[in-house]
Design a protein around this ligand. Structure first.
Ligand SMILES: Cc1ncc(COP(=O)(O)O)c(C=O)c1O
Length: 467
């Protein structure tokens, strides 16, 4: 691999460039090939610089929807990937619950000791974030079903139930228990998480869904100081609705699932007081609280787990992860430790190679003091976006953020898409969310100078587009 610094950022060809256009002809069998406009050069890309096959070099504020953490080709990850331990783990995959190895046990031990959210004592690993959410929802249903049977004086263990009851389970006569989610939420595209997902029609159309209740999400208006009263009112209304739903489904709510910041649904934030009340209400209702940290976790909020900034009265029951963690999965409090063999198993419960990358990522976050960088540079970035909003009030609104979870709105979807296109031509790769929001997900190593570079491009584009 080249040790040269990445090329200076800039775009020198039309997009896609000639090499990209020729390559795109070859990917037509991929169902998703229509989405690709930038073809990434994994060798030339470095740090926050994403280089394409035509040599165009972008400041990457997209990081593949918050997947990237340390930037491209980070030495700490390359070192692990070149190690014998990694090569052996990658070429000898195992079904880890059946055939484990010392490095997997060391991974579980270190994560539990150093990286798990407070109050979480178990980890369950799969591949993607959505699979992690699916598994966490299952864990909540399992624990809820067992607790209900015990309260009725019946066995917790489903294998000890009378045959008629067992037959009903086998014939798809599932539970009447529900999961409450929030409007605008995104929890993944599998048929379980999708029933808790309400962000976009395109995700849901034509697909079956469980008839689970949906509560309003108290999305804050920004700047927060100017909208304190409205925001408090929206929060109170959301909590009242949640209380109503918990009462309507009393004894049948297995879980309430919520993102610390609704990401795919439009970067919608709620106040810590909202999450505190949700924690109290779920505990009172005997429902698990699942915090979906697939997008907000692993440092991008400025703390390792975003919900640790909310000062909850008690830890959540389940916390999902994915993306930057390199693996998907969930952490569980002792109350949701599902031990019965076969209840939660998947073949790839524990990719040992990706576990090594996960540890390297987490250790680099600590060694490079990246959480501090995210907090400080994130606050600077938000201030600069607010300045953009003040300079172009008809074009830019609702600049908002927590750490590197940053966004702002344009008046229409078309204006948003045009801004993204023009920023890309100026060498800044940002992304979209909701209907008309720009979503920024910088790599955690992004510097103040790079924020200034991005802002120069956004100001130039805003001047072109402003009415
Ligand atoms: C909050 C949240 N949950 C779940 C998912 C699904 O993760 P994946 O795409 O890895 O399945 C996402 C993906 O964006 C997410 O943002």
């Amino acid at each position: 691999m080249s040790t040269q610094p990445p090329p200076a950022r800039g775009v020198t060809t039309p997009l896609p460039g000639p090499v990209a256009r020729a390559l795109l002809q070859r990917g037509q069998h991929d169902m998703q090939s229509i989405y690709r406009s930038v073809i990434f050069d994994p060798e030339q890309s470095r740090g926050t610089t994403l280089v394409d096959v035509d040599g165009n070099a972008f400041l990457d504020l997209f990081s593949s929807f918050a997947l990237g953490a340390l930037g491209y080709n980070h030495p700490a990850l390359l070192e692990v990937a070149r190690s014998d331990a990694f090569v052996r783990a990658a070429v000898n995959p195992t079904s880890t619950p059946f055939l484990t190895s010392p490095e997997w046990l060391a991974f579980a031990d270190e994560v539990e000791r150093d990286w798990a959210p407070a109050g979480m004592s178990r980890i369950f690993c799969v591949d993607s974030g959505g699979e992690g959410v699916d598994a966490a929802i299952k864990a909540a249903f399992i624990r809820h079903g067992e607790a209900r049977r015990v309260a009725q004086g019946r066995p917790a263990d489903p294998l000890q139930l009378p045959p008629a009851e067992a037959e009903a389970w086998m014939a798809n006569q599932g539970t009447d228990a529900v999961v409450i989610s929030f409007d605008g939420a995104f929890h993944g595209r599998g048929l379980g998480p999708l029933s808790a997902t309400h962000s976009k029609l395109i995700h849901k159309a034509d697909l079956p869904a469980f008839p689970w209740p949906v509560a309003p999400f108290p999305a804050q208006r920004w700047p927060l100081e100017q909208h304190a009263e409205d925001n408090a009112r929206a929060e109170q209304q959301a909590i009242t609705s949640l209380i109503d739903l918990l009462e309507q489904h009393a004894g049948r709510v297995a879980a309430v699932i919520v993102e610390p910041v609704q990401s795919e649904g439009g970067d919608r934030h709620a106040a810590p007081s909202f999450f505190q009340k949700v924690r109290t209400l779920t505990a009172e209702a005997g429902a698990a609280l699942i915090l979906d940290e697939v997008q907000t976790g692993t440092g991008i909020s400025g703390s390792l787990w975003c919900h640790s900034q909310f000062d909850l009265p008690a830890p959540p029951d389940l916390v999902t992860f994915g993306k930057k963690m390199q693996l998907g999965g969930f952490f569980a409090a002792p109350s949701h430790d599902i031990r019965q063999f076969g209840r939660m198993y998947q073949t790839r419960n524990g990719d040992r190679a990706r576990a090594l990358l996960a540890l390297a990522t987490l250790r680099a976050l600590r060694d490079l003091d990246l959480l501090r960088n995210v907090r400080e540079t994130g606050a600077y970035f938000l201030a600069r976006l607010q300045e953009l909003e003040r300079a172009h009030p008809r074009l830019v609104s609702q600049a908002r953020g927590r750490g590197f979870l940053l966004a702002f709105d344009l008046p229409t979807p078309a204006a948003r898409d045009e801004l993204l296109k023009r920023a890309l031509l100026r060498g800044v790769f940002a992304s979209y969310t909701g209907t008309r929001s720009v979503r920024l997900r910088p790599h955690l190593v992004t510097t103040v100078a790079e924020v200034d570079e991005a802002m120069t491009a956004f100001h130039a584009v805003a001047r072109e587009l402003d009415i």
